[in-house]
Design a protein around this ligand. Structure first.
Ligand code: NAI
Length: 467
């Protein structure tokens, strides 16, 4: 057995783990990162990045359908799925290779294998060349999450998780999606845009539960226009193979109904990967759902054992994991003020149109008894959106009724996943709607919609009809 001595071991190289490793190295620590798969975790390999590549392709195809309005004559484009997948994999390779270079550049050692914690300062790694024992001062658990199955729907050739949906051999003619959450709607819309008949069954009374219903309405309308069939208050019960695909029995509003499809995409959430990594050897017990509890410095109740990313409580988002990774590295290196604060964690959903939210929702303000004033502005009244043929959507700004402080920003429309950063900064900095209104926004840009929504909090938008 070979032995390594280091300062910090990071278990997992997703956006939480690799960012933590890099920051700890930059702060002067000797770092080893243990990862059995490619560097980059779910996000880079089988999540955010590949899905956005496919979604961009879907948007491109969709835009060609509106080309005639601009005067173009376009033959319906033909899609070569193998080429699309190869292009997507090229992007993934470039990014994951980039992490390898960043590691080398900082002398971070990547031990490729499955790691298991033996004690607060010892980890054993099963590599292709045998066992490696690593002695360290601090451990960071960044083992991420995996798709959650439901009874009767184990993942197999016919029952896909997002991973299989991101690398199809060919496009299914019919796809049955279980779960109208973030992944179900993002990938469901991609498949619908490239010509697959998509049916979604969602347990709750709206798709994208938890998102402001005003925003969801816009996406649901577009989904219907794209040909998606969405069944709310419904659940899949069982499935079987047939000669030409699968048969699914689902309960639609309490009544059983049979559906036929080529494949099932199961997207009912993800579960943390915290079993069988030796947490019991350091006195850390995940909760009943598998999440690890940590303090604001991402330390577990055992000193020198940290946890970051999807393995911990909170939103399962790459940028939340990275922020925790930075906090943990700061804490390990005794840099004060490096705590993770979840007050402003933006959420971005790559449906068509996109959704982006930050801060409190209207419903959360109501629950907390906060009196609010709300401003709205539609992309339909914005010149830049018109020139992009992307006028569906709105920006909704929620401000504290007492002092106009911006509490929440909720957007649905073109490029809002980029625009939301201004809303996050406003909340983080404690800005008021007046601060945004007095900030000159360039014309013609989509960002004017945020400014106008802030104006609308006091019914002062010059481009809105008087109420
Ligand atoms: P999710 O939690 O977003 O959605 C799961 C949906 O399935 C929910 O709407 C739920 O009501 C429904 N559901 C649960 N059981 C069901 C059943 N038996 N039948 C029908 N519907 C059922 O989970 P999802 O989409 O799998 O995503 C997993 C995680 O990944 C989420 O935490 C999400 O935030 C994250 N993610 C974030 C992305 C982004 O930021 N753009 C992209 C992709 C994933």
């Amino acid at each position: 057995m070979s032995k390594i001595k280091t300062d910090v071991v990071v278990l997992g190289a997703g956006p939480a783990g690799y960012v933590c490793a890099i920051r700890a190295a930059d702060l002067g620590k000797k770092v080893v990162c243990v990862e059995f798969d490619n560097l980059g975790g779910t996000c880079l390999n089988v999540g955010c990045i590949p899905s956005k590549a496919l979604i961009s392709a879907g948007h491109f195809l969709e835009s060609t359908r509106h080309a005639a309005t601009m005067g173009f004559t376009v033959e319906p484009p033909q899609l070569d799925v193998q080429k699309l997948i190869a292009w997507k994999e090229g992007i993934v390779k470039r990014l994951t290779g980039g992490i390898g270079l960043l590691f080398k550049n900082r002398n971070i050692e990547w031990v490729k294998g499955k790691g298991r914690i033996l004690s607060p300062n010892k980890i054993e790694v099963e590599t292709a060349d045998g066992k490696v024992e690593i002695e360290c001062l601090d451990i960071v658990v960044a083992t991420g999450s995996a798709p959650a199955p439901i009874p009767g729907f184990d993942f197999c050739e016919q029952v896909w998780s997002s991973t299989e949906a991101l690398a199809p051999q060919e496009l299914p003619k019919r796809l049955f999606v279980i779960g109208g959450g973030v992944i179900g709607m993002e990938l469901g819309m991609f498949y619908a845009q490239v010509g697959t008949e998509v049916t979604v069954v969602e347990f709750m009374d709206q798709i994208l539960p938890g998102v402001d219903p005003e925003l969801v309405k816009v996406v649901q309308r577009k989904a219907k226009k794209t040909g998606m069939k969405i069944h709310l208050n419904s659940a899949a019960k069982s499935w079987k193979k047939t000669a030409d695909g699968v048969e699914v029995i689902a309960e639609i509003n309490g009544k059983p109904q049979t559906f036929h499809a080529d494949a099932i995409l199961l997207t009912v959430g993800r579960k943390p990967v915290t079993a069988d990594i030796g947490l019991e050897n350091v006195g850390v017990k995940p909760d009943a759902r598998g999440f690890i509890s940590v303090n604001d410095q991402c330390c577990t109740k055992t000193p020198h054992v940290y946890a970051v990313g999807d393995a911990t409580h909170g939103m399962m988002l790459a940028h939340k994991g990275s922020a925790q990774g930075l906090a943990a590295a700061g804490a390990i290196c005794r840099r004060p003020g490096n705590a993770y604060d979840p007050k402003v964690v933006p959420g971005v959903i790559y449906t068509d149109p996109e959704i982006a939210t930050t801060g409190l929702s209207e419903a959360e303000c109501k629950e907390r008894g906060i009196k609010v004033k709300i401003g709205r502005f539609n992309f339909g009244a914005n010149g830049r959106a018109m020139s992009m043929q992307a006028t569906d959507g709105l920006v909704k700004v929620i401000a504290d009724a007492n002092d106009d402080t911006i509490l929440g920003v909720h957007m649905v429309g073109p490029n809002v996943t980029d625009m939301i950063a201004e809303g996050s900064l406003a909340i983080e900095a404690g800005l008021s709607v007046e601060d945004i209104v007095l900030t000159i926004h360039a014309h013609p840009t989509l960002s004017e919609v945020f400014m106008e929504a802030c104006e609308d909090v006091h019914s002062m938008s010059p481009h809105a009809m008087k109420k």
